[in-house]
Design a binder for this molecule. Sequence first.
Ligand SMILES: [Zn+2]
Length: 170
Amino acid sequence: MYSSVSDETLFEIARILGGEEGVTIIDIIKNADEITVEEIAEQTEIQINSVRRILYRFYSHSLVTSRRFRDKDTGWFIFQWRLQPKLIDAYVTGMKQKILKKLRSRVQYELDHEFYHCGVPTCPRVTFEDAMDTVFNCPVCGESLKPVDNEAYIDFLEGKIGEIEGELEA
Ligand SMILES: [Zn+2]
């Protein structure tokens, strides 16, 4: 039904948007063709107002879609909810592209700067420019600053970038 999005990704998004209840609800919707708020509440034993609140959050993030029709007996409108397959793809892709952009600018920052650190784990790394200002003493603890090799960190970031680029091409 929703081609390239794994259950894991779907649940991850549902958890971000709706917590554990969100995961329970998306699981029910995934396994139903179409389902009403009342049916979801009944099957999950989650309060109907919570179901509605989470569904609208899913809806505003294009995770689900709804179809409205009029009940023949009562004349009231009933909403049927279902997964929005293509837009989930778009949402996930958009999220990955955002992460990719951040990682790339992070790598550029690491490549463009020299870093210094005093060796105390709780103290921050400082750039060469900032280290100059404090005459190569840690701005927090005052210990002398030593150059930091950030090659391993750059390797790590580039590895992550490669991973996400691979996923986006898949
Ligand atoms: Zn320090």
